[in-house]
Ligand binder design. Structure first.
Ligand SMILES: Cc1ncc(C[n+]2csc(CCOP(=O)(O)OP(=O)(O)O)c2C)c(N)n1
Length: 647
């Protein structure tokens, strides 16, 4: 379908859909037209706002069938990760909201209880839906409620270990529950072998050849992933059971398997879902879909089928934003430069090679990069093993996703004093993806890990420098964290004290402003504004924020007020750690720590959210001026004329 063909439908049927009941009434022909209109709608709207267009184009028919067979919200439809719930939103009365998708005050990019009674899981971290489903099914069984629980999970999300923990429990509990595997072949994983086992029961199914062709087409173009999975499927088809090692797993678990069905054939999916619904126990429905289906630029996009682009041209699928040098690019290029010099340096990604920049290393040194699937915990402990084996792994993940691997970083890596560098992209307030995607916990959570060093670069020069310092550490783990978007212009230091960069100073030493990472530029601007009120501000970038540099404590002792500003939660953050270090050293200078309150901050642009949190140069300058002038006014100095005049 081209965009023009789609627009010819004018969305007439879609305009009549206000809730799932309107879809239940439709004929097969109407459903075909509706599916085309939904694709049109998705492309038109998401091309303006940016968002997860590819995954949603792939689940149009699947979602239609789910809403026809089940009765949401009484029956519970759960979307793993939740990035593929746009069609569900469209069918549950939220079409108007798409004009402000992922924007401040507009629709969330994930399911949201505040938006609709049809939504339940808000967490955008993958591989959780089956565990929620297990719990819900148990609760309904115990309470005697007859409600279906349906979880949609992608083949990518199935690479996460939680899914397998859940399956184990779902099978044991035996409660009625439908697991829809949305298999678009866009990830590979060891778990695919488990799924493929069930294909063996399909050799007698006449539709199998057709579905297999679809799979082959979809997978053939997928570089890392496609081949092994296709080979497994093919081996099953030929009856080479040995090719799929965990053959007995699902049988032993006792989870019924239906499929594979063509996920773009509404009647076929409906039939499978009805069979699953009536079975009375846990059932896996294996639907084969194509990511980006029906929109050529997405289907043809080799990188990620337009998984989650920014605003794009609806005709061509090309991004509208002018390319800029991003933090990720600087990291990716420097990592390759380091890898050129250090054959022991290897990269790990948890299913995000392109977005984290590890793909750049993989293109040059494919044998030195490991894509572990959506398995951050495994990534950390596998990195521990690599380090034990004499290599220096660089694990590149989004800051929000490393939270999962806390125990692995703490005990498997740090307790063994292993040299592993964790590179956290999208640290701090990120924006449109909302509360579960913010990378605001890392400095607090990982700050408690003994022997772990954390660096927060402020620009491309310090990113390159600190990455080199990190991979030079050979007696423990390091974290390097930087935000999303365009990298800040280089901000050279005026001098360096130990690891600490002094970015600005004046004759007066009223305030020590500790500007962490990307807030360095803000710090310098604050100093200029506060200087206009007659106060002198020394602005420092600690570069390495954990452990707290002794030099930072010494600098603090030479000022009347210390102010910290960081792109992370205040509790346990850099400010609080510095205050503790100062107490330990008996440095009695007041500390004000600015950062992100520990709360659920709604989606919006990064700039809007920072403004809401009063983390702008103007607000910080106003606060700092107020605090330092307050110190002058306070009767703390018993000496006559102790109060300073404001100049
Ligand atoms: C714990 C975690 N790690 C990484 C991600 C980033 N992520 C979002 S969607 C996705 C791929 C999901 O693939 P799949 O489940 O097959 O869904 P598809 O987009 O193909 O429909 C990844 C890696 C995440 N959401 N959660």
């Amino acid at each position: 379908m081209s965009v023009e063909e789609g627009t010819a439908n004018h969305g007439r049927l879609l305009g009549t859909v206000h809730g799932p009941q309107d879809v239940k009434r439709m004929t097969a022909e109407q459903l075909d037209i509706l599916a085309a209109e939904i694709r049109d709608f998705l492309i038109a709207k998401v091309s303006r706002t940016g968002g997860h267009v590819g995954p949603n184009l792939g689940v149009v028919e699947l979602t239609l069938a789910m809403h026809r067979v089940f009765d949401s919200p009484r029956d519970r439809l759960l979307f793993d990760t939740g990035h593929q719930a746009y069609v569900h939103k469209i069918l549950t009365g939220r079409q108007e909201g798409f004009d402000k998708l992922r924007q401040r005050g507009g629709l969330s990019g994930y399911p949201s209880q505040a938006e609709s009674e049809h939504d339940l899981i808000e967490n955008s971290h993958a591989s959780t839906a089956l565990s929620y489903a297990d719990g819900l099914a148990k609760a309904y069984a115990l309470r005697g409620e007859k409600r279906s629980v349906v979880a949609v999970v992608g083949d990518g999300a199935l690479t996460g270990g939680m899914c397998w923990e859940a399956l184990n429990n779902i099978a044991t509990a035996g409660n009625p529950l439908v697991i829809v595997v949305n298999d678009n072949g866009r990830s590979y994983s060891p778990t695919i072998g488990g799924l493929a086992d069930h294909l063996s029961s399909l050799r007698l199914n006449p539709g199998y050849e057709k579905v297999l062709d679809t799979v082959k087409d979809a997978l053939g173009n997928t570089p890392f992933v496609g081949k092994p999975m296709y080979e497994v499927l093919h081996a099953v088809k030929k009856g080479i059971k040995d090719a799929v090692a965990p053959q007995a797993m699902f049988e032993d678990l006792g989870i019924k398997y239906v499929g594979p069905v063509d996920g773009h054939d509404v009647p076929a999916v409906e039939a499978a879902l009805r069979a699953a619904k009536n079975f009375g126990g846990p059932v896996i429905v294996h639907a084969v879909t194509r990511k980006g289906y029906g929109y050529r630029p997405a289907e043809d996009d080799e990188a990620d089928c337009l998984h989650g682009p920014g605003a794009f041209d609806a005709e061509t699928g090309k991004l509208l934003a002018v390319p800029s040098v991003k933090w990720t690019n600087v990291f990716a290029d420097e990592l390759v430069a380091i890898a050129d010099e250090r054959p022991d340096v290897v990269g790990i990604t948890a299913a995000m090679a392109e977005p984290t920049g590890i793909a750049t290393l993989a293109r040059k040194y494919p044998e030195r990069v490991y894509d572990v699937g959506i398995a951050e915990q495994h990534a950390a402990t596998s990195a521990a093993g690599l380090a034990m084996g004499g290599l220096h792994p660089v694990v590149a993940v989004y800051a929000t996703f490393l939270n999962r691997a806390f125990d692995q970083v703490l005990l498997d890596v740090a307790m063994h004093k292993l040299p592993v560098t964790f590179v956290l992209d999208r640290a701090g307030i990120t924006g449109p993806d909302g509360p579960s995607h913010y990378g605001i916990w890392d400095m607090s959570v990982f700050g408690v890990v003994p022997g772990l060093r954390i660096a927060a670069p402020r620009d491309s020069a310090t990113l390159r420098e600190e990455l080199r310092e990190a991979v030079a550490v050979d007696d423990g783990p390091t974290i390097l964290r930087f935000p999303t978007g365009t990298v800040a212009a280089d901000l050279p230091a005026v001098r360096r004290v130990g690891p600490v960069d002094v970015l600005a100073e004046s004759a007066r030493t009223d305030v020590l402003l500790v500007a962490v990472g990307s807030f360095a530029g803000l710090g310098v601007e604050v100093a200029t504004r506060v200087a206009e009120q007659g106060y002198g501000v020394t602005v420092v970038d600690p570069r390495w924020v954990r452990p707290v540099p002794a030099e930072l404590v010494e600098l603090a002792a030479g000022h009347r007020l210390v102010v910290t500003v960081e792109d992370g939660v205040r509790i346990g953050g850099v400010g609080s750690a510095l205050a503790q270090a100062m107490r330990d050293a008996d440095v009695r200078v007041p500390v004000k720590d600015l950062g992100v309150p520990a709360d659920w901050h709604p989606h919006g642009s990064r700039a809007q959210i920072l403004a809401d949190l009063r983390l702008t140069a103007q607000d910080v300058a106003r606060d700092v001026t107020g605090w330092i002038s307050g110190l002058d006014a306070a009767p703390v100095d018993p000496a006559p004329n102790g109060a300073r005049a404001q100049s």
